[in-house]
Write a protein that binds this ligand. Structure first.
Ligand SMILES: [Mg+2]
Length: 227
């Protein structure tokens, strides 16, 4: 494999899904009301609140905004204003040291090795670019942002549409056959493969299960990837 760039997902790939479910989501759920109260008059927050009203299709009181956001967190909605707001709340937590990102040891070792070999590394996650950078700048291995050449989130498109991967290819400027995409999500793997990118599906024992007759390679750890 002549791989020049690797695009990685985060949740279920470099990081346990439970980190998001058991650490990040409860943190934002718990802090959201107080955070909105303290930042209600700020332009960035006003814009996010307008987006929420637009999505719900009606005017909402402060309480209704909080309840809507909490419902979205519970439903794990991949919605831009929620992701933006969570990004800001998590930023506070990371900076204060209340939050720390977790990267699997095998993912850390391989990413570092690939970086040292001159392979370009990118992140494509449904968490906002802001949240991605925050996670990688405050990890169990310290600040890892130096490893990555770029970050993509759902602003470029849905992770299960091959069109999104084509846009990323244009952005990176490397041919699809020289790019490897890593994710736990079978639909994302299929969409990436349809754009001509090489793929590996991560099957982290606690996060996912092998799919019988899946048309693409499935691995349990980054250690199985030899480039
Ligand atoms: Mg994932």
């Amino acid at each position: 494999m002549d791989i020049k760039a690797i695009i990685t997902d985060i949740e279920g790939t470099t990081t346990p899904i439970s980190f998001v479910k058991d650490v990040l989501f409860p943190y934002s759920y718990q802090k959201i009301e107080e955070f909105l109260k303290n930042h209600w008059e700020e332009e960035e927050i006003k814009k996010i609140v307008e987006d929420i009203k637009h999505i719900e299709g009606r005017d909402l009181s402060f309480e209704e905004i909080v309840n809507t956001l909490r419902r979205w967190i519970e439903e794990d909605r991949k919605i831009t204003p929620l992701k933006q707001l969570q990004g800001i709340i998590w930023e506070d937590g990371y900076k204060s040291g209340e939050l720390k990102g977790y990267i699997y040891p095998d993912a850390y070792e391989k990413l570092k090795k690939w970086f040292e070999k001159g392979i370009k590394l990118y992140v494509y996650s449904s968490g906002s670019v802001k949240a991605q950078k925050l996670l990688f700048s405050h990890t169990n291995y310290g600040d890892l942002t130096y490893l990555f050449s770029g970050y993509f989130d759902t602003k470029i498109g849905s992770k299960i549409e091959s069109e999104s991967y084509k846009k990323i290819l244009e952005n990176i400027g490397i041919s699809p056959e020289n790019i490897l995409f890593l994710s736990d999500n079978p639909e994302e793997i299929k969409a990436a493969a349809q754009s001509g990118i090489k793929v590996y599906r991560l099957v982290r024992p606690k996060d996912a299960e092998y799919i019988e007759n899946f048309p693409y390679p499935q691995i349990t750890s980054f250690e199985e990837i030899n480039i």
